[in-house]
Design a protein around this ligand. Structure first.
Ligand SMILES: C[N+](C)(C)CCCC[C@H](N)C(=O)O
Ligand SMILES: O=C(O)CCC(=O)C(=O)O
Ligand SMILES: [Fe+2]
Length: 413
């Protein structure tokens, strides 16, 4: 196998630096290598029997030939106006191999057996390689305990600026992405203003609870949320196949005592389990669990079922992207044999112990004017029991559209 080696001076340092930043954290020795490479970079590649091995920017990457053909960005294979693939992937010979290959300073060129030529930008390859993805987080975040969150002194957005200034919205969303919670203050204490605030961020996700809800402890629905009782930490709508992405709360009125809101970073707790007992993390991220909502009132009849592990992780880097934790709504476990179920209970116990550590509990008293956005895929909420009239309004938001807004403002989401 011919080894083609190319040593080039890099045309732009910035160009390389950007490419490398996308690769995320690396070991000190790798960082040193990358640093040296800032002045002159080496790119080498080798056509292996089953893949192309590319060494660039301190990273050794492997690209399957079918993958390479499938990712051709030429005008006939890819429509760059719509960012959609034109190429029919099913027409690629699964044993395809390039007949010719070469590199220049910034690109790799492959000629396919039918004469078609593909040009790949080397930085693009590095950013989109499996090896590059494995090292980087999809969503950068700050895991928090109550102390970490409080000392960060994360500012709330202020209503006027939030509604009129994109920079304020961007800061708000940046905090939301980093911590999984964010506040807007100075919002008029009405359902309408709350709705207006949420529409700045996303689309409302209507559920069987309605579009916007405004609830008190009148037991108008068959759920403990509609009482004065305390609620332990949980995520909502765990009984949906896709639990609601964001929950918004605005306390419009409370004449009485208690009723504080509890917030806990579920990803922080999951990370503690991963660090201490990886086999428990493994069980929580693989054993499928059922959650169920059965409502049997004359005006409301609902039966919802959601099945999935407590921790949902990306398979290529084990990054947790969703926690589904609601002991009230967890249903019968019948998907696991008895010897595994005991181990699952032990893992669940460890996660629960982390979630219940007092130093992980952030308590806030919601007041009229202060709107709380919670990432319901990450941060658990609960409440203290209360007395008196307490009126809470809010809604759920569609997750894709929150992330869409964040990306449109230039954030990584
Ligand atoms: C928010 N809102 C009051 C409308 C609904 C409450 C839903 C409560 C349910 N047990 C769950 O955790 O999903
Ligand atoms: O009353 C509260 O503060 C929250 C109740 C709750 O968990 C919910 O509505 O989802
Ligand atoms: Fe809830």
């Amino acid at each position: 196998m011919a080894l083609i080696r190319l040593l080039t001076r890099l045309s732009g340092y910035v160009h390389l630096k950007q490419g490398l930043e996308c690769l995320g954290a690396s070991s000190p020795s790798k960082r040193l290598q990358q640093h040296t490479a800032a002045h002159s970079s080496s790119c080498s590649y080798q056509l292996q029997p089953d893949c192309l091995e590319l060494s660039y920017g301190g990273l050794v990457m492997h690209f399957d030939y079918v993958w390479l053909r499938d990712h051709c960005r030429s005008a006939s294979c890819y429509n760059s106006k719509t960012n959609q693939r034109n190429l029919d992937t099913a027409s690629i010979d699964l044993n395809i191999r390039p007949s010719k290959s070469r590199v220049d300073e910034n690109n790799l060129f492959l000629t396919w057996p039918d004469g078609h030529i593909t040009r790949y930008n080397l930085t693009w390859l590095a950013q989109n390689s499996y090896e590059g993805q494995k090292r980087s987080a999809v969503q950068p975040r700050i895991l928090w305990s109550a102390d970490i969150y409080s000392s960060a002194e994360v500012p709330s957005a202020s209503w006027d600026k939030f509604m009129s200034c994109d920079e304020e919205l961007k800061n708000f969303l940046n905090n939301f992405l980093l911590y999984g919670i964010a506040f807007v203050e100075g919002v008029p204490p009405t359902l309408e203003a709350t709705e207006t605030a949420t529409q700045r961020v996303s689309l409302i996700r209507e559920t069987m609870y309605g579009r916007m809800w405004n609830f008190t402890s009148d037991f108008s629905r068959g759920d403990t949320a509609y009482t004065k009782l305390a609620l332990d930490r949980h995520t909502d709508t765990s009984y949906f196949q896709e639990p609601c992405g964001i929950q918004v709360f605005h306390c419009l009125r409370h004449e009485g005592t208690g009723g504080r809101t509890l917030l806990v970073d579920g990803f922080h707790a999951a990370d503690a389990v991963l660090q201490r007992t990886p086999e428990n993390f493994e069980l929580l991220s693989h054993v499928p669990i059922k959650h169920e909502y059965v409502e049997n009132l004359s005006e409301h009849r609902n039966h919802m079922i959601g099945i999935g592990p407590v921790l949902n992780v990306y398979p290529w880097n084990n990054e947790v992207y969703m926690i589904r934790y609601n002991n009230y709504d967890r249903s019968v476990i019948n998907t696991v044999p008895h010897d595994e179920v005991r181990r699952w209970y032990a893992a669940h116990r460890q996660l629960t112990a982390e979630l219940r550590r007092p130093d992980n509990e952030l308590w806030v008293k919601l007041k009229p004017g202060k709107v709380l956005f919670i990432d319901n895929w990450r941060v658990l909420h609960g409440r203290e029991s209360f007395t008196g009239l307490r009126q809470l309004c809010g809604c759920y938001l569609t997750r894709d559209d929150v992330l869409n807004t964040a990306r449109s403002l230039g954030l990584q989401a």
